[in-house]
Design a binder for this molecule. Structure first.
Ligand SMILES: NC(=O)c1ccc[n+]([C@@H]2O[C@H](COP(=O)([O-])OP(=O)(O)OC[C@H]3O[C@@H](n4cnc5c(N)ncnc54)[C@H](O)[C@@H]3O)[C@@H](O)[C@H]2O)c1
Length: 286
């Protein structure tokens, strides 16, 4: 018998992990946050505290509430620390072998009733379900960046996922997180990235060809199409490493030429320019 979700473990405390952790904390849940890197875990906890302070300064919650929310954050340097969670959300980098290994360890660290989800952007959920002794408790739970602002969460079951697990997660997303669950099929990129990634690559390709500047491309889409942010600025926000990893994984699954990463994007990545998080991508953020 599964109990209601009151404790969520998030594995990987990077851009997405900490956003998911904050979304859960702000809705009254206890969050166990784990990262393989103690430095990354420390950075994430400090960023979470700062974000809650900013929210209090804006009057979104009282300073007392912010302090109380933070008391429900449990950082754990050891994966074993996640054992009390009734939902675990994996948010480690988008690499198949890494995710398979981490998911295998997650399953042996929690009870048989714990639901396990992955935040992968592009790897088929079915492929990630292979190491599970019990794949009926596993599904995809795809949040969007920045988690605090994006109301959508794609929910992706495999043929093995128990219907009750999917229902529990749909209710969790809607009623506990206050977001909109979109149940989608397990195909490369699900719905959103299957449409978004070719668009981002196409913008980078247009810039690479010398046809238009980054500013012109972004302005074209914001002022001409009403997009809140142009595709190159959005790529910088998402992370150029993430865009390339997702594009490569989608190309692997589809062999669609629209998913080949253009040279300018590869070159930025080779130089360590990852977008906003590294201070430089298509734009400079110093
Ligand atoms: N960035 C986005 O816009 C976005 C949006 C939706 C989904 N995603 C997906 O979310 C996942 C995480 O992306 P991100 O942008 O947060 O990555 P990130 O690189 O910012 O963070 C990943 C974190 O995982 C940690 N980590 C690495 N190996 C680990 C391990 N073995 N155990 C525990 N922690 C480990 C790293 O130290 C790092 O802190 C990826 O699957 C990505 O495709 C990303």
């Amino acid at each position: 018998m599964r109990r209601a979700i009151d404790t969520v473990a998030v594995v990987g405390s990077g851009a997405m992990g900490r956003g998911i952790a904050e979304a859960c904390l702000r809705r009254g849940l206890t969050v166990i946050l784990h990262d393989a890197s103690p430095t990354a875990l420390d950075t994430a906890c400090n960023a979470l505290a700062a974000s809650l302070q900013r929210a209090a300064a804006k009057g979104q919650l009282t300073p007392d509430d912010a302090a109380q929310v933070l008391e429900h954050l449990v950082p754990s340097e050891e994966l074993a620390g996640i054992h009390a969670a009734n939902l675990v959300i994996e948010a480690v980098p988008e690499r198949l072998e890494l995710k398979l290994a981490v998911l295998r360890n997650i399953e042996t660290s929690v009870s048989a009733e714990t639901i396990i989800a992955t935040n992968t952007s592009s790897i088929p959920i079915t492929r990630l379900s292979l190491p599970f002794a019990d794949p009926s408790r596993f599904l995809g739970l795809h949040f969007f960046n920045p988690v605090s602002k994006m109301p959508l969460v794609e929910v992706i079951s495999t043929m093995e996922t128990d219907d009750k697990v999917q229902n529990t997660i749909e209710l969790f997303v809607r009623d506990q997180l206050g977001k909109t669950p979109l149940v989608v099929t397990d195909r490369p990129g699900f719905v959103v990235n299957a449409l978004l990634i070719p668009f981002l690559l196409s913008a980078a390709r247009m810039m690479d060809s010398g046809y238009a500047s980054a500013e012109a491309i972004d302005e074209g889409m914001t002022l001409g199409c009403g997009h809140p942010m142009g595709p190159l600025k959005l790529s910088d926000l998402v992370g150029l490493d993430v865009v390339c990893e997702v594009a490569d994984a989608l190309y692997d699954g589809t062999k669609d030429a629209a998913l080949i990463v253009p040279n300018n994007l590869r070159r930025l990545l080779e130089r360590g320019h990852l977008g906003q998080k590294s201070g430089r991508g298509f734009y400079s953020y110093t």
